[in-house]
Design a protein around this ligand. Structure first.
Ligand SMILES: N[C@@H](CCC(=O)N[C@@H](CS)C(=O)NCC(=O)O)C(=O)O
Length: 234
C-alpha cells in the first residue's frame, strides 16, 4: 500500500497527488498539518529529516523530494506512462520540470511575500518561464497528445501564477493548455477551494508582515507560533 504524506496547499505535494490519481493508484493520504508542526514530530523526522512534505512510502520503501517521487511512480507503475522515451522528448519534459521548480516556485514565493526589492526580478523570472513554456508547448500537452510529468509539474504552478495577477494574453497556447488541464478530473479534485486559497494567502501575508518565511531552511516550530490558528486546517 502507498502512503502519501501531503498538505493542502503545497506546491510540491500537488504534482504527486495528481500523478497518483492519473495512474489510478490506491493510496492512503496522510495530511501533515504544518500549522501544528506535524512535520517536526519524531515519526515524521524519521521519514524525512528535512521535515518537508511530500513523502511517499510504498510497501516500506520511502521516497522524499517531489521530483524523485514522480520518477519512482512512473517507473514502478508505468500505466499510463508519464515520461517519454526519446532523448529530445525527455530533455523537454525535464526542462519544463526544472524551470518550474527552479524559477517558477521561487518567483511565486517572492511575489507572495511582496518584498519590494524582489518584485521586479520575481516578475521577470515568472514571465520568462511563461514565455519559454509557450515556445515549448506542443498542443494539447508539452509532449503532444499525451499528458506527461511536464504538464503535471508546470500545470500545478502556472494557475497559481495566474492567480497572482499574471496574464496569459501573450501566451495563447499556454492559456488553452491551462483550460485543458483545469478540465481534467485530477486537477479539479486537487484544486484549492476559494476559502482554502484565501486562508493560504492570509497566512503568507501574515508571515511576511512579521518577517518570517521566505527561507525554507530556517528552523521553525509552528506549534508555538502565534499565527498558527490562521494557517490552513483540514
Ligand atoms: N524540494 C522539496 C521541497 C519540499 C518543501 O519545501 N515542502 C514544504 C511544503 S510545500 C515543506 O514541507 N515545508 C515544511 C516547513 O515549512 O516547515 C520537494 O520538491 O519535495
Amino acid at each position: 500500500m502507498i502512503s502519501f504524506y501531503y498538505a493542502k496547499p503545497s506546491l510540491f505535494s500537488r504534482p504527486v497527488w495528481i500523478t497518483l490519481l492519473e495512474k489510478g493508484l490506491a493510496f492512503d493520504p496522510i495530511y501533515v498539518n504544518m500549522g501544528n508542526g506535524d512535520q517536526f514530530t519524531p515519526e515524521f523526522r524519521a521519514l524525512n529529516p528535512f521535515c518537508r512534505i511530500p513523502v511517499l512510502v510504498d510497501d516500506g520503501f520511502t521516497v522524499t523530494e517531489s521530483q524523485a517521487i514522480l520518477d519512482y511512480l512512473d517507473i514502478q507503475y508505468p500505466q499510463p506512462k508519464l515520461l517519454p522515451h526519446s532523448a529530445q522528448a525527455i530533455a523537454k519534459v525535464r526542462q519544463v520540470q526544472m524551470i518550474s521548480m527552479n524559477e517558477l516556485v521561487p518567483a511565486i514565493g517572492e511575489c507572495l511575500m511582496k518584498k519590494p526589492d524582489q518584485q521586479v526580478y520575481a516578475q521577470h523570472r515568472a514571465m520568462t518561464a511563461l514565455n519559454i513554456f509557450e515556445t515549448l508547448l506542443d498542443a494539447p500537452y508539452f509532449g503532444g497528445e499525451h499528458l506527461s510529468l511536464a504538464d503535471i509539474v508546470a500545470g500545478s504552478l502556472v494557475p497559481v501564477v495566474c492567480d497572482l495577477g499574471f496574464s496569459l494574453d501573450q501566451q495563447p497556447r499556454l492559456q488553452t493548455w491551462v483550460h485543458t488541464l483545469m478540465d481534467r478530473p485530477t486537477w479539479k479534485q486537487t484544486q484549492l477551494s476559494a476559502s482554502e486559497k484565501e486562508r493560504f494567502l492570509r497566512s503568507i501575508r501574515a508571515l511576511s508582515e512579521c518577517g518570517r518565511g521566505g527561507d525554507a531552511s530556517e528552523p521553525k516550530n509552528y506549534s508555538t507560533h502565534p499565527l498558527q490558528p490562521i494557517l490552513p486546517q483540514q
